[in-house]
Every structure is written in C-alpha cells, then in structure tokens.
Design a protein around this ligand. Sequence first.
Ligand code: NAP
Length: 423
Amino acid sequence: MLKVALVGFGTVGQSVARILCTRTSAGLALTHIANRRVERKRVDWVPADVVWTDDFERVVSSDADVVVELIGGVDPAAGWIRRALEAGKSVVTANKQVIAQCGDGLLALAGERRRHLLFEAAVAGGIPAIRGLREGLAGDRLVRVEGVLNGTCNYILTRMADAQVSFSAGLAEAQKLGYAEADPSADLDGADARAKLAILSLVGLRRRIDVEAVPLASIRAIDPIDFAYARRLGCTIRQVARAELLADERRVLAFVRPALVPLSSNLARIEGNQNVVVVEGAFGGEASFSGAGAGGGPTAVSVVSDLEAIARAGADGHAGWPAAPAADGVEREFEAPHYARFIVADRPGIIASVAEVFSRHGVNVDAVLQEPGWSKAELPFVVTLERCSSAVVNEALAEIGSFDFHVRRPVWVPILASEGGRS
Ligand SMILES: NC(=O)c1ccc[n+]([C@@H]2O[C@H](COP(=O)([O-])OP(=O)(O)OC[C@H]3O[C@@H](n4cnc5c(N)ncnc54)[C@H](OP(=O)(O)O)[C@@H]3O)[C@@H](O)[C@H]2O)c1
C-alpha cells in the first residue's frame, strides 16, 4: 500500500483527494493533507485518520511514500520537492514552472535516490501526453513537439472565429467562465505555454532548453477580421507552441506565438479550452493527443495516474529518466510562408509601397487579399508572403510600420504547415 501525502489543498488537491477517498484503489492510501492555515481547509468527506497539517516538515518526517506537490509556483515548491526526494520519498507534481525551470536537476536527484518524480499533469492537464511521449512513443526518435497548450487562449481564439467577438469580449467571457486569471498575461503573452513547451522538449526531444530563451508573441493583436482572411486561406489561428530539433540535432527551434494553421490540421481541430499535443517522429510520423488541458477533475486524474504508476512499479522501482543534454541554443528564427495584415486609411499607392519594401528585403508576395464592404477610412487588407525567414518579415514589417497610412499597427503571423520547418 502506497502512502500518499497531499501538499496543497486547492482546486487540484481537493480533486485528487476526492478520487483517492471515493474510488477504490487497492494500492493507494491518503495519509496526510498539508496546506498553509490548514484548519480552514478541513472537509468532512476525508477519512478521520488522515493527518491535516500546515507544517511541511511533518510531511517530510512522516512515513508517507509519495509527496504530491500541488501548491504551484517555484518557491517554496521546488525546495520542498528536493527535500521530499532527499528524504527518500517519491514525488508527483502538477507544477509546470518547477519542472520547466528545475526539472533536470530534480530528475537527476530522483535518479540518484532511486525515487520517482512524475509530472503528467504539468503539461496539458488531463491529457496523458508525457506518458504518451515517454512510453508510448519510446520506440521513435521525436523531431518535433508542438501543441495548443493554453486553454484560455484557445477559448478566446475559437470564440473570435465562431462568434466574431472581439479579443476583449472573448477574454471577458473566458474570465467569467473561470478559464482566465484576473491577470491573464502569462496565458495571452505565451509564458504559460512556454513552460509546458520546455517540458515537452525535455521529455519528447530529450533536449533541455532555456525557458527564457524561447521567443514569445502575444495573441492580443489578433482581430476577428484575421479569421475571415484565415478561412479564405483554408486556415484558422491558434496559439502554437513549437519545439523542433534542427538538422544538426543540437539546436532547438522554439517559439510560442499565434499562427495560421490549416483547418485540416490536428492543431486546428480542437475547440474551446481544449489542448492538443502533436509530435512528429522520424520513424512513425505524426501523432496527437488531445483533451481537457485543465480543470480540477481532469488534472487530478493525471496526478492519480502517476500515483498508480508508482504503486505498480513499487516505491523503490524507480523507472529512471535518461539525462537530457542541454540544447546548444534556442533558434528563434524560422522559415515559413507568412500572413501580414494591414488596416489603413486608404489612398492610392499603398499596396505599391508595401510591395516595394518586401521586394527590397527579397520577400516574394504571394497574394493580396481584400474583403469587400469596409470603410476607406479603416480598410483592412492582407498580404501573403512566400516562404521566407521570420527575421526578414520582422525587419520588413518594422519598416512598413513607419508609413503614415496605418490606422493600426500591422500584424504578421506565420502560416504553419504540418511538415514543420526542419532545416
Ligand atoms: N487548476 C488547474 O486546472 C491546473 C491544471 C494543470 C496544472 N495545475 C497545476 O496544479 C498546481 C495547483 O494548482 P491549483 O489550481 O490547484 O492551485 P490552487 O487552487 O491555488 O491551490 C493551491 C493550494 O496550495 C496552497 N498553497 C499555496 N502556497 C502554499 C504554501 N507556500 N504553503 C502551503 N500551502 C500553499 C493554497 O493555499 P491558499 O488557499 O492559502 O492559497 C491552495 O490551497 C499548480 O502548479 C498548477 O499550475 C493546475
């Protein structure tokens, strides 16, 4: 019988306790619940013999076999995970920040102590993506991992696509439904998905990447009009987090940014606050895992599945994570066709001015698209660009952005085909 100490009795912690207390599992017994000022957390559906404490040291010195860390944040969570491993306990966590920032060191410590450190719930909440990559696809050599890893962004973007609501109305809806934090910056600007991407790179590509080196672009600039143009191109818009092993197998191309993706792609098919993880293997091709990326119930299922895996292996039967080398660096620029959207006060010569700048930067314009029915005072149009470097598009757009005909800053996003940009 595996003795389980739960540290953090919030949304996920309570859902984990519910499962452990209501579902019959021969192998797991909840023995401790720790939380700051724990008295206000007590519930009557937890068995009377469970110890409630607000002192983490009491958990460390207890006879619990596994500590489940569900307090969130890096400090004190990372230190507590370290303490638990040093005390000979296995650890299960849902904490993406800790694993993205300190995962390699903690996994090495778990290996030294021959204890388990599992974190299925840290990426894409209820989807068994980590286990899928680590075990189900262990026979392949993964070269690309990507996904829609932030349910808040996906909810807002699908509402903008389906109901033509503005970005701010979509965000307000997400907040009302409890999908978005009061401060949604980490979701909208990509930091949340970036931490999950770093974990997918570690587990899937077997490369450690510096989280801070992954470039981010926010979804805040996307407008409902972009979905109309995207549809004309057979695409929709998603916040895409991508990490890809470059041909030298040392550097990793990585980014989190809004992108056009084909309507038929695995990235486009998930709706609302769902998540999807898509991987490309050198031998097996593409595989995807989708479902609920958050929520107490789905996330708790992943946590309990980790506990079941430890119970099956035995607390001493450490499965081991091979050490992942650090990537030689994160490549920020990539080649792709691009989409550039302009909203201008119309006058003759605008398209010629835009085309001249692209041409001077060696970028070929593929098409100019203009939906009818807009006022000349605020006229949107889109230019699609043939495959070229994101750095060059950035430079050209900076120059174009200085013209005086813009009503809003130009926006560009890559058009990502499923074959990726391996170069
Ligand atoms: N919620 C989801 O859908 C979801 C999905 C995937 C992963 N996760 C991850 O799961 C973890 C838990 O998330 P959550 O949504 O359950 O968070 P939460 O509802 O805020 O719960 C955190 C709990 O930990 C307690 N806590 C925080 N800091 C503490 C400290 N220093 N000492 C003692 N107790 C402390 C909090 O107590 P107070 O009540 O006093 O604040 C609260 O009860 C996070 O790492 C999160 O990223 C969550």
